[in-house]
Design a protein around this ligand. Structure first.
Ligand code: URA
Length: 210
């Protein structure tokens, strides 16, 4: 397995999440801050046992300044609740902290962060993990999984697997909730939602024995 992006570099010296968040609000490490409304930092308790990591904020998150408050957040919230997990007891964040988009008329279309942007921004994720020291990290989709585990991870093959790397908490792999939103077929979306809930249930199983 190749090296996760976020290993190797020293994290921040911030002593608290609020200090780290203030530093991130001024982030100019890559160019994404130029067009985004604001940094969307992670939110949740420093004592969280579970950290959930998405890709990057979407349109709604960029405007609200909070992660997973748009449609994908709705899927995540419902699925967590079905899996018996309280979002409020988790720390929710993203691999990349600024919204990357293509303007299309009045709309802003999501654009995938590139490898350089992910590598640069993973410094913040690493710093969040160093402060929180969660028992488990959940990679929601390929961007988070590649950043946390390495580029050889495959979501369909590796979902529900827990990866262990030196210097990182165990990482559970699952899909990104926006995948479910993109499915046209209702039956398929229901199947995938059930599978997603099954994946998230692994968090509780893991925490019950660790
Ligand atoms: N998708 C993400 O990956 N993160 C968010 O915060 C919202 C949508």
């Amino acid at each position: 397995m190749d090296k996760p992006y976020l290993l190797g570099d020293e994290g921040s010296t911030a002593h608290s999440l609020s200090e780290l968040k203030s530093e991130a609000e001024r982030c100019t490490r890559c160019d994404l801050y130029k067009n985004a409304t604001q940094t969307v930092f992670g939110e949740g308790s420093r004592d969280a046992e579970t950290v959930l990591v998405g890709e990057q904020p979407g349109d709604k998150e960029d405007l609200a300044g909070r992660p997973f408050v748009g449609p994908a957040g709705g899927v995540l919230d419902k699925s967590l609740a079905e899996a018996g997990i309280e979002r409020d007891r988790c720390y929710v964040t993203n691999t990349v902290k600024h919204f990357k988009f293509e303007p299309r008329g009045k709309r802003r279309l999501h654009s995938k962060p590139n490898a350089g942007e992910i590598r640069i921004c993973s410094w913040w994720l690493r710093s969040e993990l160093e402060l929180i020291k969660p028992k488990i990290v959940v990679a929601l989709g390929a961007t988070a999984a590649n950043c946390l585990i390495g580029s050889s991870v495959r979501i369909t093959r590796d979902r529900r697997r827990i990866f262990h790397s030196d210097g990182l908490p165990p990482v559970l792999v699952t899909i990104h909730p926006s995948y479910i939103l993109r499915l046209r077929d209702r039956d398929q979306a229901d199947i995938e939602t059930r599978e997603f809930i099954r994946d998230l249930t692994e968090i509780r199983k893991f925490l019950s024995i660790h």
